[in-house]
Design a protein around this ligand. Structure first.
Ligand code: SF4
Length: 490
């Protein structure tokens, strides 16, 4: 009998990264980081609110998006097979990858087959998730990110901190320093006397990238959607770098999570309204590129679509957790999350940060490998209100918290202190008599500890609760006692 295989987690969780509480503490101590995040998320939040308020049917659009995703996920097997047939008919080649290692091996093999030693890349969460750049580097192939924010992250040997704005944690001066220091090592150096003016930074990136676009024979992209009925794949972006990658090279390899499929072309009408307004606060994204297989003499002559599972079918099997697969990666939930705004994305230790990361990551890799993430939330519900496809993130968080507790219970032979406390609490709450006695004891005890109506610090293991907050002193008389005294006639 062979030993069960460890899931290939690649970049879904960053191996060696500290658990969220520890990483968050370090992030909170970085005042520059907090200032950068507050400014950036506040700006995008305001823009999103303004443009979504313009549409009278915004709520109906959200409903339509949610319903479409629900239906597609219910019949995912059917739509994926249909997509494969359509892409093949149009001249493309479809590959199925069960996990990151398989997807990386497929892409590496295809690049080698094309005789290339370098590729240009369109920003793609799926390729970050599988650690494709690292896998290509191991095979001696250089992968160049062409999205401005991804370029900043790559040159800075950094990790992305946001789904849409991976370099959100960097300010302009930091970006100028990275460009000056690193561009020359990767290709065309930054111009002399580069300032931190956004236009100058964008121009430096443009010049640096142009030579790569013109030289590359292979491009790798992600996909925002793929239409099963026609085999059309689509990418939306803001800088035009995507369009360069999708049209200039001879070979195009697209890596796409299997949940990105949509049944029909007309479904795009809904998502192309929801996505730009929710993500960048724009009415329409500047570049929408769609392609269907190959066309002789026009664009890439070889097209490969890699359909990636990597934990998605396991997620689909969970009737509550599967909601996370409806995500269109707009990042609206990150921008409204009070926890994300203060800690930034690195603290989540995953390629998927913020509220969506807190529910998606543990499901893709198994809750035991990201056990702190479902707790990285105040459950305030702002993410649910903002999500364009109505993913009930707080519901999934609570569901995953229960799974983490169950997994912990199964791991420990002896009950943990938390489990003992919960058992005791259940016993007290189960009996009105015991609850009344406990309330009386709490009121008596609190008189010894309270000052000016507040308990500053609880003794023993309970101090964890009061370390960072005051506890109001329980009232001398409980509501039940008051009720009995005033309303229950003898
Ligand atoms: S969970 Fe919703 S709000 Fe968050 S990134 Fe996904 S689609 Fe956007």
């Amino acid at each position: 009998m062979t030993a069960p295989q460890e899931p290939d987690r690649s970049n879904v969780v960053w191996l060696g990264a500290p658990a969220f509480p520890e990483a968050a503490r370090a992030a909170l101590a970085d005042s520059q980081l907090r200032a950068n995040l507050k400014h950036a998320t506040g700006t995008i939040r305001d823009k999103r609110l303004a443009v979504t308020a313009e549409l009278d049917d915004w709520e109906q659009l959200r409903e339509a998006g949610a319903a479409l995703k629900r239906r597609t996920l219910r019949h995912l097997d059917h739509y994926l097979v249909q997509l494969e047939e359509s892409v093949t008919r149009a001249g493309g080649v479809v590959h199925w990858a069960a996990d990151a290692a398989e997807a990386n091996a497929i892409v590496t093999g295809l690049v080698r087959e094309a005789g290339a030693r370098e590729v240009v890349k369109v920003k793609s969460m799926a390729t970050q998730e599988i650690g494709l750049n690292e896998a290509l580097a191991e095979a001696g192939i250089a992968a160049y990110e062409t999205d401005l924010a991804e370029l900043i992250v790559q040159l800075g040997k950094d990790r992305p901190s946001h789904i849409l704005v991976p370099a959100i944690h960097r300010n302009r001066a930091q970006i100028r320093d990275i460009f000056q220091r690193e561009m020359g090592r990767w290709g065309r150096p930054a111009p002399d006397g580069l300032t931190d003016d956004p236009r100058a930074l964008a121009e430096a990136a443009r010049l640096h990238l142009r030579e790569k676009f013109l030289r590359a024979t292979v491009a790798v992209s992600g996909a925002n959607f793929a239409v099963a009925a026609t085999g059309t794949v689509g990418v939306v972006e803001s800088e035009g770098n995507g369009r360069m990658c999708l049209t200039l090279p001879q070979t195009l390899i697209t890596v796409m999570g299997i949940e990105k499929v949509l049944p029909a072309w007309s479904d795009l009408e809904v998502f192309l309204q929801l996505l730009p307004r929710s993500s960048t606060g724009e009415r329409m994204n500047p570049y929408t590129s769609t392609w269907t297989g190959t066309t002789p003499g026009d664009g890439p002559q070889n097209f490969h679509l890699v359909l990636l599972d990597n934990g998605r079918t396991a997620t689909l099997a969970d009737t509550v957790g599967r909601q996370a697969l409806a995500c269109i990666r707009c990042s609206a939930c990150l921008n409204v999350c009070p926890v994300y705004e203060r800690t930034g994305g690195h603290a989540y230790g995953s390629v998927y940060p913020g509220p969506i990361g807190a529910v998606l990551t543990p499901q893709l890799v198994g809750v035991e490998h990201a056990a702190s993430l479902p707790f990285a939330s105040t459950l305030c519900g702002a993410c649910y209100d903002a999500c364009p496809v109505k993913i009930n993130i707080p519901e999934v968080l609570a569901h995953l918290r229960a799974r983490v507790v169950e997994a912990e219970r199964a791991r420990h032979r002896l009950p943990t202190a938390e489990a003992l406390a919960m058992t005791a609490a259940a016993g007290v709450l189960d009996s009105p008599r015991r609850l009344a006695a406990a309330q009386k004891a709490a009121a008596l005890g609190s008189r010894l500890l309270a000052r000016d109506g507040r308990i500053g610090a609880l003794p023993g293991p309970l101090h964890g609760w009061t370390d960072s907050r005051d506890l109001p002193q329980p009232p001398a008389e409980t509501f039940r006692a008051w009720w009995r005294r005033n309303r229950e006639q003898p």
